[in-house]
Design a protein around this ligand. Structure first.
Ligand code: NAP
Ligand code: 3JN
Length: 334
């Protein structure tokens, strides 16, 4: 690949910093890199390949001469600036929900639907982290036995809610241990030593009783898998873990799959590692998945409530495969 002129929009954020780290680690052929954020960060220096680079303010003219832009600066920023970038001939890989359900924008997980990259018109959307790790595992099972229904409950790490949320977890944990009353600012309730069934924490529940994170899992799964007939029900829960989303997933398939057949299929699936030996207490753990690019699956067993049902436990690093790594993998395919 010839070296590319790259921009990272949202470079000062949790995901943006991870994107720079992944570009470095995977030796992405970078000719030059532009680091963009809000006016607040103008002049801040960030390290890339050992060099201190200044952060510039993201403006409508930031993308002249840029070939690939990785965006992680939130939905409204992406709505405003991605079209400017695309107009200047740059291809945007956007991490926000701004474009995911737009019919003219591919929504891509390379292991699942890399072919969709081809029909982009300047913007490619990166799915939500909880969706990404689930479809990486479910696509090979769908190909083998056709998924009819998915029921998922997530156990999502606090880093998914940004850097301030991590500070809040730490502060609350200290307060509880020291016998003080924990203060909830960002989260609606105490997150330390607790679980909160509302993601994102700031959104109202929709009229159907679901959160937007839950509906992202429903709608994005169908779009990425290219099958609107798959029925999905999601419950998304924040847990006091720093990094690594875990998911309890039950599936119903048209053709029966045994746990052994599912394990054999997943053993050959790209981006998936089967960690499944309950007799030795081997199963995926967020603490072990953190820092790794693969998605881990284990506890694969029959769903006793359905003749064609399987239950499993899926874990991945939400900032890596769930965000930065998936975006860089899309850029690599470009
Ligand atoms: P964060 O740590 O709060 O960082 C936000 C970044 O966006 C910062 O670099 C910030 O710049 C920049 N920004 C905010 N407003 C801007 C503006 N008006 N113009 C230019 N830059 C602006 O958040 P994060 O955790 O990295 O997440 C960032 C975004 O990534 C989220 O909003 C979400 O859309 C997406 N995300 C996706 C997933 C996923 O599931 N795929 C997971 C997490 C996040 P300053 O530092 O200058 O304020
Ligand atoms: O909460 C998590 O674990 C994942 C958060 C993702 C997120 C956070 C803020 C805004 C998103 C997203 O990717 O869907 C967005 C958004 O762009 O809507």
């Amino acid at each position: 690949m010839t070296p590319k002129t790259v921009a990272v929009a949202g470079a000062t954020g949790l995901v943006g910093r991870e994107m720079m780290r992944v570009l470095e680690e995977r030796n992405f052929p970078v000719k030059s890199i532009k680091l963009l954020a809000s006016a607040r960060s103008k002049g801040t220096k960030l390290k890339f390949k050992g060099e201190d680079l200044p952060v510039e303010e993201l403006t409508e003219t930031s993308f002249k001469g840029v070939e690939i832009a990785l965006f992680s600066a939130g939905g409204s920023t992406s709505k405003k600036f991605s079209p400017c970038a695309a107009k200047d001939g740059c291809v945007v890989v956007d991490n926000s929900s701004a474009w995911r359900m737009d019919d003219t924008v591919p929504l891509v997980v390379p292991e699942v639907n890399a072919a969709d990259i081809k029909w982009h018109k300047g913007i490619i959307a990166n799915p939500n982290c909880s969706t990404i790790q689930m479809v990486v595992v479910l696509k090979p099972l769908h190909d083998a036995a056709k998924l009819e229904r998915v029921i998922v409950s997530t156990y999502q790490a606090v880093s998914g809610a940004g850097i301030k949320a991590l500070d809040e977890l730490l502060e609350q944990t200290k307060a509880v241990i020291e016998g003080r009353k924990p203060e909830a600012i960002l989260f609606p309730h105490q997150i330390a030593f607790n679980c909160i069934p509302q993601i994102p924490q700031s959104d109202a529940f929709a009229d159907n009783g679901y959160t937007s994170e839950e509906m992202k899992m429903v709608n994005e799964t169908k779009k990425i898998m290219g099958d609107q007939s798959i029925r999905v029900c999601a419950t998304t829960v924040r847990v006091p873990v720093y990094t690594g989303h875990s998911e309890s997933v039950n599936i119903e398939t048209e053709k029966k799959l045994t746990p052994d057949e599912a394990r054999a299929i997943l053993a050959n699936a790209p981006g998936v590692i089967v960690k499944d030996d309950p007799s030795r207490q081997v199963y995926p753990l967020a603490s072990e998945a953190a820092g790794h690019g693969d998605t881990f699956v284990g506890r694969i067993r029959e769903d006793l409530s359905h003749p064609h049902g399987l239950a499993m436990w899926i874990v991945s690093d939400n900032l890596l495969k769930g965000a930065a790594l998936n975006a860089v993998q899309i850029a690599e395919r470009l």
